[in-house]
Design a protein around this ligand. Sequence first.
Ligand code: SER
Length: 358
Amino acid sequence: MSPGKSGIHPAVSDRPLSGLRRSRAVLVTGAGGEMGHALIEALAAREGTSVVAMDIRELEPGVREHCENAFVGDVCDAQLLERLLAMYEVDEVFHLAALLSTRGEFAPETAHQVNVVGTLNLLKLAAEQARSHGRPVKFVFPSSIAAYGIPDLDTKRKAGAVKEDQFLEPHTMYGVNKLAGEHLGRYYEGHYRKLAKDRMERPIDFRSIRFPGIISADTLPSGGTSDYGPEMIHAAAQGKPYACFVRRDTRIPFMTMPDAVDAVLRLAAAPKERLTRCVYNVAGFAPTAGDFERLVLERFPKAKVSFQPDAGRQSIVDSWPEDVNDSAARGDWGWSPRHDLETAFDQYLMPRIAARYG
Ligand code: SER
């Protein structure tokens, strides 16, 4: 373990810079979020990887201990990003920081700032890094099923598993922002500064996954609209009643957090020549809210689940596909989820949640 990975550290270490070579690192933004928790541990276990984290809040010690350094701040703070890049030679970025779909509808302009301007800042700095060290910077960007916008329920039911280029008219600011992030990444990879004489070809190696709802046994999401799945399970495990904010027949795709982390790592590791696109769907299982209720009641017979749909949040989930077609991810980089709905409960969620809540 490197000295930077143990003990208590200030948010940003004050190591002197002059005369020192910058050390190579992988940057993870939104490191304190749900995916950050799970991904950082897996990244730190990769041989030769030093993780530099960034989050708007101080990291929990369990996450911090896997990082070489941790910066507290905003992805819109260009000065902080520049300071970070003055200290580290970043050759891979996992840009997880975002405001999710429910929170984004309460503050759409703030969501745009964080989700789009923050992404633009990072892409620009990544491109500058690429120029300075003469190699492309890999930029991994989790996008979302929120990038889809299906006009009505009838169309959603008929559409079934949608492909990456269908229904790209999102109804939420978050979805609009994620779609914009995908396009920005594609632009920085293939077209950035098209007319500049001194332009570098392909400074960014941009790779993106449109994630479904994600269920973790260890953390709870906040501010999303797929949150009813994980919330129902965690509430039941704690013996708390749960009022589900969507109808029982609501169907969207989900996957477990270990599968989501596996997808990120597999896509990041895939040989570039195998990739036929920048943005990939990944599917896990596609239960209704009623399927979650059934499994929760089977595993926790005393659980109390009611359905009290919220019209606004329901309309968001109704605009997301019932399922996604992930054949490109399967063919190009060997995507294959470990968990279906039953094994997600029995092999992943139940043992860990039982341990967590006793
Ligand atoms: N989990 C996200 C949300 O609910 C969707 O990707 O906003």
